[in-house]
Design a binder for this molecule. Sequence first.
Ligand code: ADP
Ligand code: MG
Length: 543
Amino acid sequence: PQGVEQHEFSAEVGRLLDLVVHALYSEREIFLRELVANAADASDKRRFEALTDATKALPADAAIRIHPDKEARLLTISDDGAGMSRDELAKNLGTIARSGTRAFGEKLSDAKPEDRPSLIGQFGVGFYAAFMVADRVEVTSRQPGTDVAWKWSSDGKGAYTIEPATREKPGTDIVLHIKSDADDFLDAWRLRSIVRKWADHISWPITIREGDEDKSANEGTALWRKPKSEITPEQYTEFYRHIAHQFDEPYATLHWSAEGTTEFTSLLFIPGARPFDFMEQSRESKVHLHVRRMFITDEAELLPAWLRFVQGVVDTEDLPLNVSREMLQSTPVLARIRKAVTKRVVNEIRTRSKDTENAAGFAAFWENFGPIVKEGIWEDSDYRQELAGFARFRSTHGDDPVTLDDYLGRMKPGQEAIYYLTGDNPEALAASAQLEGYKARGVEVLLLSDPVDGFWPERLSSYQDKLLKNVSQSHGDLEKFEAPAPTGEAADLMALIPALKEALGDDVKDVRGTERLVGSAVVITSEGGPDLMMQRMMRRSGQ
Ligand code: ADP
Ligand code: MG
């Protein structure tokens, strides 16, 4: 027919469709969670756009409508959201924006069956879950402020079509042609129970058509506005999973209201696991800002980048509902909220770092997010010393992580510095020849192998009045400590020095005898110049 364009899916999408449809077969009901979440996201997006463009204002009865039609075997999910243009249909539903398909495939085949449904939401491939229950999916969409609509259609087997269409109002309809073995998804009761299980906290009204009537299917209460005593641990966890797209148990749940100059309520979570693509995600905090329960944006950067793993919402009465982007950047209200929320989260981490009852919990937290928190030692002068205080490190002392305070308590008589060594990998570090002299004298050295470790120690400079010194730049210090019994041939070795100098010429600045080595013959050091790992990083980035 006229105006119908035929497109192939990108190869990645084809592979992914196959994976999703087969690996998740036993958990098919989550398709509805994904489509309702998309409808809610699109509605949020439109409301935010309408703040600066009145032509996009939502209708008063905006909702997410689920309409099963047993006779025609169709299930339709409709929203009044931001819609998609022709190009967006092709881009969003025909390619994969995120690069994680391969990782997704690997994770999916490794995961236990019961963990699989969680993966799909995390990877941002939710829409394709529709093909678990449908042998054809049609998406008709119209953007607010336009009269044109477009229809995307596919059987999920390699190709899709796009053609002009009509839609009475702006928004999107997802029409599923239900597979012959998926009858139960045409049953209003079944649909209602799925919504209650997965989507109860979505703040948009969700309705299900029963007979001629659209009946409400979700409670839609803002969980954070309820008194703590009325919230069960399961409700907290469910909300966390919804907002974080994570499926673990949160390590910490922080729920409180602040009163005074700025009033707000906050429900924040520290995840119990690290999202698989965390290191690739952007550095901005995604904590949601609500004004009087209404979602405004997840781009208000309510926490500093070094706490970007924290998830949740902040809801305030002190901003107008039609807050603009410019205002978000400049209002002192948000500055005060940021300050208070940051302080509260740091307090929580500090308390937990000292909680000897659950030391394993903190160790796991540090394993997951320590590398991020350490960015704060580098970039946040207010919290630098404090964060250093609860950081955990590997050291030559043993296998257990140590704190700087542990280290101070074990310093040798006359020791004036905290020694550390940086490198790319923990095994190589522990075996480094740079450590020999320190080990032989019983002087503890911190072993730092996260990328950010190449940067923060110099910025921190000292802790409790003790300088931090990189052992690759501090070899003079060893003379202060009692040396192990001499091995005898030192004098002969010293005779080698002139010959080595001659052979190496300008490639080295100097050749010297050293106290630092016990088992190895030679060690390369950098003195005065940037630390070795920095040099390597700079070389890698072409400097
Ligand atoms: P994700 O939601 O994680 O981005 P999905 O596969 O669920 O991944 O959806 C892909 C994209 O398709 C969304 O990011 C969005 O841009 C678009 N989309 C899906 N459903 C809708 C909808 N109902 N209205 C507008 N856009 C939608
Ligand atoms: Mg989605």
